[in-house]
Design a protein around this ligand. Structure first.
Ligand SMILES: Nc1nc2c(ncn2[C@@H]2O[C@H](COP(=O)(O)OP(=O)(O)OP(=O)(O)O)[C@@H](O)[C@H]2O)c(=O)[nH]1
Ligand SMILES: [Mg+2]
Length: 472
């Protein structure tokens, strides 16, 4: 009986040692400007600062609240080929004399933290000699646009062309559309293809996509890599574009024709650019956070807001593990927690924060059941990584007591008190857009004396959802 007990104890010990050093890969994504870099900087900052004597900053993060988080430090990152997340640079900019938000980033980067904690209960707590365990947390920042190419995996060139032209009304808003349309119309799809001619039309398509995203404020643009070609700039694999619907009678065209060459390049792009992202990175993520900036999209207008909603639903396709045979065929993803978080909610008054969450849920509704079925829990939240405003109240003769926010406006660095307006609880209808009763304002980062002074909204709640169970 005694020996049996000893054996059992040894087994448990072995198991607990094995799980003592856990490893988690957390991916953070979102469309351009969603707040990824500011968010990652803020959570690293908070985690590095927390200790049993300094647990006030993250009250809803149980490992912190229970004073079990002993120390966090940055350690060498595992992937030597990925850029390192520029934490120090970002933090220094936020702490500068005139605080600056970190600049826009366009590539994948990562960073590893070692979080030392005291297990709460269970085997781990009973058997570990020094009563501490370590969670290695890899945080990976990658552009959400990379996920927007995913639907291309399931489309033929012809189907892709049709799907691009479905947004023709949006394209018409760009001054570059006419030139592109004229150049494509002039092509004879059965004529012999030449590199120069295709490169010229592709350049015009690239100009159109760049204008759509950077000037017109839209989000969906395929192929995504055309916006940020990097080392693929000028390569034929990026030199393709959609032909017009009337040019798509595919069966007629012979090998070497413009149609066939574009089709071939499209397939190569899907095989050599889109697929490897899923194999190389995506398949290795354990948990995924998608940040969503609802306010910029609302400011931009109806067409842009609806485009962002479509883009978000295209992104959720990447997480349809349960029912997508396409993804299951490609690789076995293991993401078990997926969080969509509305970012920058310090930009609005407190009475509107519930509305943002309701709005985000409404935006995601079309693809809502996507991941639940595959044992992946999905959650939505409203957060702010670095609080740039303070809430307040003003009395108004006409409206009575009114909630406001105060902060330094980014555009002119004036200290302002304002009511940014109402956030719709549902997908906005025509009347909402006609009334335009809001203008959400970008604020400068707060001026603080030390890195400890940054405030946040619900980062602790978010960390509890994403990491809490691994720090038990
Ligand atoms: N008020 C407020 N503004 C924020 C917050 N986080 C980010 N911002 C604003 O959003 C902008 C974009 O934030 P980033 O962190 O650079 O966003 P990103 O997703 O990394 O952007 P890209 O790298 O360009 O894709 C910043 O320059 C700030 O103006 C926040 O917590 N509160
Ligand atoms: Mg960034």
């Amino acid at each position: 009986m005694n020996r049996h007990w000893q054996q059992l104890k040894n087994k448990a010990l072995e198991l607990s040692y094995r799980t003592a050093n856990q490893h988690l890969r957390l991916a953070v994504t979102g469309l351009a400007g969603a707040g990824k870099t500011a968010f990652i900087t803020a959570i690293i900052n908070k985690l590095l600062l927390v200790s049993p004597n300094n647990s006030k900053q993250l009250p809803l993060f149980s490992v912190c609240r229970d004073q079990r988080l002993l120390a966090t430090k940055r350690v060498l990152q595992p992937d030597l080929q990925l850029a390192s997340f520029g934490y120090e640079t970002a933090l220094n900019q936020l702490l500068a004399e005139t605080p600056q938000w970190p600049p826009s980033t366009t590539n994948i980067s990562e960073l590893r933290l070692a979080i030392k904690f005291r297990p709460a209960q269970g085997l781990l707590a009973k058997f570990l000699d020094d009563t501490s365990a370590t969670l290695l947390l890899d945080i990976v920042d990658y552009p959400g646009e990379w996920l927007l190419d995913l639907p291309m995996l399931g489309l033929s060139y012809q189907q892709w062309c049709d799907s691009v032209w479905a947004s023709i009304d949006n394209f018409r808003l760009s001054p570059y559309f006419e030139a592109f349309e004229a150049k494509v119309s002039a092509l004879l799809p059965d004529a012999e293809a030449s590199d120069e001619q295709l490169a010229m039309v592709a350049a015009s398509y690239q100009q159109l996509l760049l204008d759509m995203v950077q000037q017109q404020g839209f989000y969906l643009a395929q192929p995504g890599r055309l916006l940020l070609p990097g080392d693929l700039a000028g390569a034929p694999i990026l030199s393709f574009f959609p032909l017009l619907p009337q040019q798509l009678m595919a069966e007629k065209w012979v090998s070497g024709s413009i149609y066939r060459v574009l089709e071939h390049r499209y397939r190569e792009y899907v095989a050599k650019v889109v697929k490897p992202f899923y194999y190389d990175y995506f398949a290795g993520f354990d948990r995924q956070l998608v940040l969503v900036d609802c306010f910029t999209a609302l400011n931009r207008g109806k067409a842009q807001f609806e485009d962002m909603t479509r883009a978000l639903n295209a992104i959720t396709q990447s997480f349809r593990f349960g029912n997508s045979s396409l993804l299951r065929r490609l690789f076995a993803p293991k993401i078990d927690k997926l969080l969509f978080a509305a970012s920058k909610v310090d930009q609005i008054t407190r009475d509107q924060q519930g509305n943002v969450l309701a709005l985000l849920n409404a935006m995601l509704a079309p693809g809502r059941n996507f991941a639940d079925s595959a044992g992946c829990s999905v959650e939505t939240m409203a957060v702010s990584a670095i609080r740039a405003t303070r809430p307040g109240m003003v009395s108004d003769n006409e409206y009575g007591e009114q909630e406001v926010v105060t902060g330094t406006r980014l555009s002119d660095r004036q200290y302002v008190t304002l009511y940014p307006g109402q956030v719709p609880r549902h997908l906005p209808d025509e009347t909402f857009w006609q009334q335009q009763g809001f203008h959400f304002c970008d604020f400068a980062p707060p001026k603080v004396d030390s890195a400890e002074d940054f405030e946040h909204v619900r980062l602790d709640h978010l960390l509890e959802f994403l990491l809490g169970d691994k720090l038990q």
